[in-house]
Design a protein around this ligand. Structure first.
Ligand SMILES: N[C@@H](CCC(=O)N[C@@H](CS)C(=O)NCC(=O)O)C(=O)O
Length: 224
């Protein structure tokens, strides 16, 4: 039996969704974020030394990193579904987006979250102007231009085919869901980028996505 080590309101929602798409049985071990820090509880470190979610365990094998988990589950349980055939241009695009989601799309989104908090969070009055100034500068010089360029790029890519890896829905679309949901929540992704907006609407309507939400519990990113 596959166990998904699931942190509430997190990237592990993607793994539940993939398993629902595949119709493979799984069980969930739940972990709750600390209400103040939003960090994962220390018990997750017993499953994997980094203590992050998602982690999947099955028959004594432990797999971390969402991209690696998606590849592992597709290889072991996919039977050729949700992954383009090896050696095709679609397979290369699949691989690209699987890496892009965490390697390129998430870092500026995370920086935005952190520097937004620096700008608005409580701190001693004498530090505030300096901290705010640094936050604005980093966001203006680095974070926001990168976010805009990436969103424009992703919008253009969805003009090439219906889904990220080609005309068929794949694990790459599942992997890309989280950065796009995070961008909709905190980086201004809206209907002004119609293809990305339509992508979010389409994935949120999939029965397997809805089923995974029921099993995973509250998830604040599932708004278009
Ligand atoms: N690149 C990793 C990121 C894992 C990660 O940062 N997960 C977050 C959940 S969205 C987490 O566990 N956060 C809690 C913490 O850092 O304590 C992946 O895609 O699996």
């Amino acid at each position: 039996m596959i166990t998904v080590h699931h942190l509430n309101n997190s990237r592990s929602q993607r793994v539940l969704w993939l398993l629902e798409e595949l119709g493979v049985p799984y069980e969930i071990t739940r972990y709750e974020r600390d209400a103040k820090t939003m960090l994962a509880p220390p018990e997750l470190m017993k499953v994997h030394p980094l203590g992050k979610s998602p982690v999947v365990t099955e028959d004594g094998v432990t797999v971390a990193e969402s991209g690696a988990i998606i590849e592992y589950l597709l290889e072991r349980h996919g039977g050729g579904r949700l992954v383009p055939a090896a050696g095709t241009p679609e397979r290369l695009r699949f691989s690209y987006w699987l890496h892009f989601a965490e390697g390129s799309a998430m870092p500026p989104l995370l920086l935005k979250l952190i520097f937004d908090r620096v700008e608005t969070g409580p701190m001693p009055f004498f530090v505030k102007p300096v901290a705010k100034g640094i936050a604005r500068k980093v966001k203006g010089l680095m974070v926001e231009p990168n976010l805009k360029r990436q969103l424009d790029f992703m919008e253009a890519e969805l003009g090439r085919s219906e889904w990220f890896a080609g005309d068929a829905f794949s694990g790459a679309d599942i992997q890309m869901s989280f950065p796009l949901e995070a961008a909709a929540q905190r980086a201004g992704l809206d209907a002004s980028r119609p293809r990305l907006h339509a992508f979010l609407k389409k994935i949120h309507a999939r029965p397997a996505y809805r089923k995974a939400l029921e099993r995973g519990g509250p998830y604040s990113f599932a708004n278009d």
